[in-house]
Design a protein around this ligand. Structure first.
Ligand code: C2O
Ligand code: CU
Ligand code: CU
Length: 420
C-alpha cells in the first residue's frame, strides 16, 4: 500500500436552497452544497478514505457508490444508514478501470425522494490505460459531466415530491442539467467529451445532436469500449452512463451552436468559441475487454414483474432481513433477467446490480449492439425481453440488485445476494 496515493474526502449531505428560477429559491438537498455534489476523482490503485456526514434535518441517509466495486460494508446500501447528525468513515481501494460512476443515497423507502431533492454526484475513476490514449481530459473544458434530471416546480419554485409522486416513477416537466436550467458551454477544442449520467428517477432519454450528425460513444457504465462506436442516437435509462466524444471541427464557425438534444429539447448547448486546440486524437483501440462468453446454461433466473405499488422481483418484495440468493466470490455466472409483460403491456425496467460490473451476453438471444458491449452495471430490460448477463463478484458480502426506477426500488423491486 502506497500511502502517498491515499486520498481523503469529506462528503456532507445537507439541506439547502437554490436559485433555479427568478423569484423564490427552491428548497433542496445536496452534498457539500445545495444541489448535487462535487465530482469525486479517484485513480485506480489509490486508497480512498471518505468522511460521511449526515447534516440533513431529521432523516437518515446512506452514501452509495453506484458502479464502484467495493466490499459490501463500504457500498452504502440500505444496510448502512447514517442517522441525522451522525458521521462515519469508510475506506476502500480503487480496483477497477477508468469509468464514470456516481453516488447517491439508498435509504429504505426514501431513496427516490432524496435523489429527487438533489442528492447525487459523479465519481470519476482514472487509470493509466485511459490517460495514455490522449482522450479529452481537461475537466470543465473538454471533459464535461452532464447529469440529466427532470423536475417539476410549483408556483413558488418548490419541489413538491409528494404531490408529483408517481408509483411508476416520478417525472418532471423541466430538464435540469448539472442542476441548472438551459445550460450552455463554450467549446474551444475540436473534440468534446461528455460524461452523460441519467440521474433521473424514472425518465428514459434518447440523446442526439441538433444537426443530426453522429458522435462517438467511447464508454459504457463501467469503462471504455474496445473501440469507439459511431452513433446518431443513444438511449440511457435511469442510472446508466455513457461517455461520448462530439466532434466540432470544420462544420462550425465561431458563434455557431450545436446542441445535445433529447427529442426537441436542448439538453446542453455547445457554443463554438475561439479554438485553442485543434487536435483530433480519437484512437481506434480504447480498451482490451475480454470476449463475451455465451454459455448456454443459466445459473440464475430473475423475473421482474408488476407495476406501481405491485412491483416485484421473483414474486417477492424487498425484505432487508431476507437473503434472496447466494453466490460465490470469483465465480462467473450467467444471469437471465426476464421482464414479464402484463395485460397492460408492461414497462422498461433498468436493472442494476451493486458491487460489480457485468457484460450483456444477449437480448432475446441476439448479441447486444456494439455500444452495449462494454462493462455495465445497469441495463434497460424491455417488456417481454430476456437479457442474459455475465456476472462476477470479486468482493464478499451482501449486494443489492434492483430496478433503477427509484420509486420501483422504494416500492420493493429490490433483492439481495450474499457472496461468500
Ligand atoms: Cu444507483 Cu442501488 O443504486
Ligand atoms: Cu448501485
Ligand atoms: Cu422498474
Amino acid at each position: 500500500m502506497n500511502s502517498s496515493g491515499d486520498i481523503v474526502y469529506s462528503l456532507t449531505a445537507e439541506n439547502g436552497a437554490v436559485q433555479f428560477k427568478d423569484g423564490e429559491k427552491t428548497k433542496t438537498m445536496g452534498y457539500n452544497g445545495s444541489f448535487l455534489g462535487p465530482t469525486i476523482v479517484v485513480k485506480k490503485g489509490q486508497n480512498i478514505q471518505i468522511n460521511l456526514i449526515n447534516h440533513l434535518n431529521n432523516e437518515q441517509t446512506t452514501f452509495h457508490w453506484h458502479g464502484l466495486i467495493v466490499p459490501s460494508d463500504m457500498d452504502g446500501g440500505p444496510h448502512s444508514p447514517i442517522d441525522a447528525g451522525k458521521q462515519t468513515t469508510i475506506a476502500f481501494h480503487v480496483n477497477q478501470e477508468a469509468a464514470t460512476l456516481w453516488y447517491h443515497p439508498h435509504v429504505i423507502g426514501k431513496t427516490a425522494e432524496q435523489v429527487y431533492l438533489g442528492l447525487a454526484g459523479i465519481l470519476i475513476v482514472k487509470d493509466e490505460n485511459e490517460s495514455k490514449l490522449g482522450l479529452p481530459e481537461k475537466y470543465g473544458i473538454d471533459d464535461i459531466p452532464v447529469v440529466v434530471q427532470d423536475r417539476t416546480f410549483t408556483d413558488t419554485n418548490q419541489f413538491d415530491y409528494e404531490k408529483d409522486y408517481r408509483a411508476d416513477g416520478t417525472a418532471g416537466n423541466t430538464l435540469l442539467v448539472n442542476g441548472t436550467i438551459n445550460p450552455y458551454i463554450d467549446v474551444t477544442t475540436n473534440e468534446v467529451r461528455l460524461r452523460l449520467l441519467n440521474g433521473s428517477n424514472a425518465r428514459i432519454y434518447t440523446f442526439s445532436l441538433s444537426d443530426n450528425s453522429t458522435f462517438k460513444q467511447i464508454a459504457t457504465d463501467g469503462g471504455l469500449l474496445n473501440s469507439p462506436v459511431e452513433m446518431q442516437a443513444l438511449s440511457l435509462s435511469p442510472g446508466e452512463r455513457a461517455e461520448v466524444i462530439i466532434n466540432t471541427d470544420k462544420m462550425y464557425k465561431n458563434g455557431d451552436v450545436l446542441s445535445l438534444m433529447t427529442g426537441d429539447i436542448a439538453v446542453l448547448k455547445m457554443q463554438i468559441g475561439e479554438r485553442k486546440d485543434t487536435k483530433n486524437t480519437m484512437p481506434i483501440v480504447l480498451n482490451q475487454l475480454p470476449e463475451i462468453n455465451d454459455f448456454s446454461m443459466i445459473d440464475r433466473k430473475i423475473v421482474l414483474s408488476g407495476m406501481a405499488g405491485m412491483v416485484e422481483i421473483n414474486q417477492e418484495k424487498f425484505n432487508e432481513h431476507r437473503i434472496d440468493a447466494y453466490g460465490t466470490v470469483g465465480k462467473r455466472e450467467i444471469w437471465e433477467i426476464y421482464n414479464q409483460k402484463d395485460m397492460m403491456g408492461g414497462m422498461v425496467h433498468p436493472f442494476h446490480i451493486h458491487g460489480t460490473q457485468f457484460r450483456i451476453i444477449s437480448r432475446n438471444g441476439i448479441s447486444p449492439a456494439a455500444n452495449e458491449r462494454g462493462w455495465k452495471d445497469t441495463v434497460a430490460i424491455n417488456p417481454d425481453e430476456r437479457v442474459k448477463l455475465e456476472v462476477m463478484f470479486i468482493e464478499k458480502g451482501i449486494f443489492m440488485y434492483h430496478c433503477h426506477i427509484l420509486e420501483h426500488e422504494d416500492n420493493g423491486m429490490m433483492a439481495q445476494i450474499k457472496i461468500e
